[in-house]
Design a protein around this ligand. Structure first.
Ligand SMILES: O=C(O)C(=O)C[C@H](O)C(=O)CO
Ligand SMILES: [Zn+2]
Length: 276
């Protein structure tokens, strides 16, 4: 499992583009037929992908976790961004269509991922944090999620936020997870931007045309810079960093957070005019 060590704002302000990409951007995951993980020291975040094709993929423990099984001390969020698939947790099957989400609680031992059709495989995005207690494993279908509408056509940021794992949805210890769909013609996410020192955040961008990119804005509001992000790439955003983006074409993304305070609106908003 690859280890990422996060930079602080002092190191950030001296980093080259290459150094920023190596530190904050996860590339090359989501390989067909593989389950793979990266460990981020910040908030002990584990980010993963599972793309099962002809055979199911099993969630095995990783040596760096020093755990008998992956979820011995952790919880896991799962979002399917591909074809129909399923997650089997200790003998119970959860069928996950595109944009359906599952929460797998601490103590779950036997977890595997499968696709209904190897030609159109499920693509599972995985996000895990340490957990202090067990919450029940559960799932929510996209059609059962209530959307929160934000933004406007005039500001090119009309979008709907879908919260799946949060205080009033699938319960968890610290993980908060959902995704944002932009209306056609709107391509700014999370603008005006915000920071939240109590939680770090992970953005997973998907459904990006291979010829197009998202420019992800990061850094303290007074010192922003961007990362150019391609389809199925992931950005880690420390609490001191804004996290916002604009696409050269339509795209979507999953946001997930770990840390303290699960209140979604615990955000320090930066006004657009104060950005540098
Ligand atoms: O478009 C948005 O706004 C978002 O998706 C914001 C994220 O959900 C977020 O940053 C939560 O802290
Ligand atoms: Zn945020």
């Amino acid at each position: 499992m690859k280890l990422y060590q996060m930079a602080d704002p002092v190191r950030y302000s001296r980093m080259t583009t290459e150094e920023k990409r190596a530190t904050f951007l996860l590339e090359g995951m989501f390989r067909p037929g593989m389950i793979e993980f990266a460990y981020v020291d910040l908030d002990r975040t584990v980010i993963g992908s599972a793309v099962p094709t002809t055979a199911p993929l099993k969630l095995e423990t990783e040596p760096e976790l020093r755990a008998e099984y992956f979820l011995e001390r952790r919880e896991l969020g799962v979002l399917n961004v591909g074809g129909a698939g399923s997650v089997v947790v200790d003998g119970t099957t959860y069928e996950l269509g595109k944009l359906s989400c599952a929460y797998v609680g601490r103590g779950s031992k036997d977890v595997s991922f499968a696709s209904a059709d190897a030609e159109n495989p499920a693509v599972f995005y995985l996000l895990s944090y340490p957990a202090h207690k067990e919450y029940p494993t559960a799932m929510v279908k996209f059609e059962d999620l209530e959307g929160l509408k934000l933004g406007a056509i005039e500001t090119c940021n009309k979008r709907t936020i879908y919260k799946a794992i949060y205080r009033d949805g699938l319960k968890s210890c610290q993980l908060v997870m959902g995704f944002t769909l932009l209306d056609p013609g709107s391509n700014w996410n999370t603008m005006p931007p915000h920071t939240h020192m109590r939680r770090s955040e992970v953005y997973f961008y998907f459904d990006i045309d291979p010829a197009h990119r998202v420019l992800h804005l990061m850094g303290p509001p007074q010192e922003t810079s961007h990362l150019v992000v391609a389809d199925r790439e992931v950005v880690v955003s420390p609490g001191w960093s804004i996290h916002a983006g604009v696409g050269t074409k339509n795209y979507t993304f999953c946001w997930g957070m770990g840390g303290e305070n699960q209140a979604y609106d615990d955000m320090d908003v930066a006004s657009i005019a104060e950005l540098k």
